[in-house]
Structure formats: C-alpha cells, structure tokens
Ligand binder design. Structure first.
Ligand SMILES: [Zn+2]
Length: 321
C-alpha cells in the first residue's frame, strides 16, 4: 500500500461519507414506494427509478447551494439540555425566539420537512407530476436524515470527543455491511394527524439514541487495538482506511438493532408523509399522471448531475451530507 495515497484519502474521507450513505438513502426511498396503497403505487412505482436515484439529489446540491447544508440536520444540543422541550416546533415561533440566522447556523431539518409537506400537498392538488416526483424524492432524503442520531448534535462527527469518523461509520459503513440482513418490511403508511409533531418525534428519537452511539464506540475503542479497529480496502485504484469488519460487527451487535430500527423508522416516516400529503390534497387520482415523462433535456441534465463528482466550491461539514 502506498503511504502517500492513503494519507491523501484520509484527508478526503469526510467528503466521501454521505448521510445514510447514498446506498441507504436510495434503499429507503425505494422501500417507501413499496409500502404505498394501489392508488399511489400506480404513479410511484412507475417512477421508482427516479425516486430512488434522486434520493441523493439534496446531498449532491450541497456543494453548489449555500442554504442547502442546514436542511439536513439540527444541532439540538446547542439549545441546552432540554432542547427537545424548549425549541418551538413552529418555524415562526422558533425564529421569534432564536432568530433565523441562529436556526440556519445550527440546522433546520424538522422545519424544512414541514415546509416541504405543504409544497407536496399543493403539488398533488395541482396534479403536477414533475413537482410531486421531485418533492417526494427529496422529502424522502430529509426525512431519512432526521432519523440519524448524528444529524441531531453539534458533535456530528465525534470531533469534540476524539471519535472522528463516527458519522460515516454509523450511517454508511454499518448499513453497507449489514443492511442486507435487516428486516425492513413495514406495513402500509399511516395517516399522520399531526405531521409536524411526527417529524419532531423522529428527531427526538434519533437524538435520544446518541448516548449509546458515542458510549459504545468509546468502549469498543478501548477493547480494539488501533490496527484491529481499522483496516484498508481497495476502492477502484485507491486504498482507503475503513473501520474493520470486526469492529463494525461489534458495533452493530452492541447497538442492538439501532441502525436497523432507525432505517425502518425512516422508511415509515417517508411513506407516512407522502401518504398524508396525498390524503390532505383530497386523494387525487394519480393514474393519469403515471405516463408523465421528463423532457430529454431534463433527463440529460440529471444524468450529468449524477455522474459528476460533487465540487467542493462551498466549505461544508461532513455532517451536512
Ligand atoms: Zn442529507
């Protein structure tokens, strides 16, 4: 292994780790489609390739769009110990209490999701297939991010506690190794009487899972020597340092199904939100929209976007993926 190459890759790794990993985001949207009732499936299944591929569009955009980053997380702990009870769930009240600049600085995922809910409901009412697809795919992304414990803390990558890399470990490495063994099948979506609260509940559940994430990684690190904690893998023609399979297995076991639970919760929240928007729009007939096609130019643009490497034109936190 060439030392120089490894060193370069270590420096780049934060830019490689992606929220829930691209793999998990795509899987979550895909499985959410499969839960839908026939009246929605007629449209969603036809466009499952788009909904799966575009599950990662918000992460790709982060490099180009200044305001994108904060939509993926909320650093709840900056608001104090009882943040979950203190921070207003309504955007206007939260702005009044903390100012918009503060909210943007520490992340807005629950509020942004609620805004998208209005937008998706309106798109259903208009019968706007293009907007329904875009909003559904991207809402799936943010709803999944809201279920990731490390998206709810300022110590998002263990950088404040000497646990650097824990973000990608939890949401990329572990699912990529073990998600094929997860039981991710869930029943039909539930109508959310209070979607805003359901979103906040998801964030709260993710936040409450944080203690065990940090504690377990710390404990395992004392049990594993450095050369057993990490291993090296070939990615294309590069050698990268990764958490070893043994260490990952011990983490997965010690978390007692936490990653699987959060992934399942993500799928449920995504499908519940899609379904609730459709019901709130008056359950419009989606069958006529099934044959919708994006223009050749739109398809081409999308292909270019997804094959291009993200440009790091804006300095971002790994957390924001
Ligand atoms: Zn994200």
């Amino acid at each position: 292994m060439k030392k120089g190459v490894v060193l370069v890759m270590l420096l780049l790794i934060p830019f490689w780790s992606e929220a829930w990993g691209f793999y998990a985001h795509r899987l979550i949207n895909r499985l959410a489609v499969m839960t839908l009732p026939p009246e929605m499936l007629v449209f969603y299944k036809r466009h499952i390739a788009y909904l799966t591929a575009q599950a990662v569009a918000p992460d790709r955009r982060r490099y180009a769009v200044e305001d994108e980053g904060p939509r993926h997380y909320i650093d709840l702990d900056v608001y104090g110990d009882s943040a979950l009870f203190k921070v207003p769930h309504r955007w206007d009240q939260a702005v009044a209490q903390y100012t918009e600049d503060t909210l943007m600085a520490y992340g807005i995922v629950p509020w942004h999701l609620n805004l998208m809910r209005y937008q998706l409901t309106e798109a259903f009412k208009r019968g706007d297939a293009r907007a329904i697809l875009r909003l559904s795919a991207e809402m799936g992304h943010y709803a999944a991010d809201a279920n990731v414990p490390l998206h709810t803390t300022q110590n998002y990558n263990g950088q404040l506690t000497g646990q650097h890399g824990i973000h990608g470990f939890w949401e990329s490495r572990v699912p990529e190794l073990f998600a094929t063994d997860y039981d991710l099948f869930t029943g039909p979506p539930q109508y959310l009487e209070n979607p805003q609260e359901a979103i906040w509940q998801a964030v709260a559940q993710a936040h409450q899972a944080l203690d065990s994430v940090f504690a377990l990684e710390r404990q395992l690190t004392t049990e594993f020597a450095e050369d057993r904690k990490y291993s090296y893998e070939e990615r294309g023609n590069l050698t990268v340092r990764v958490y070893s399979r043994d260490f990952s297995e011990a983490f997965q076991r010690g978390l007692q199904g936490q990653v699987e639970r959060q992934m399942l919760a993500s799928i449920q929240l995504v499908s519940n939100l899609w379904y609730t928007c459709w019901v709130d729009a008056g359950q419009p007939d989606l069958a006529p929209l099934a044959s919708f096609k994006f223009s050749d130019q739109e398809e081409l643009q999308r292909e270019q976007d997804s094959s291009a490497d993200p440009q790091e034109s804006i300095s971002v936190r790994p957390h924001e993926f």
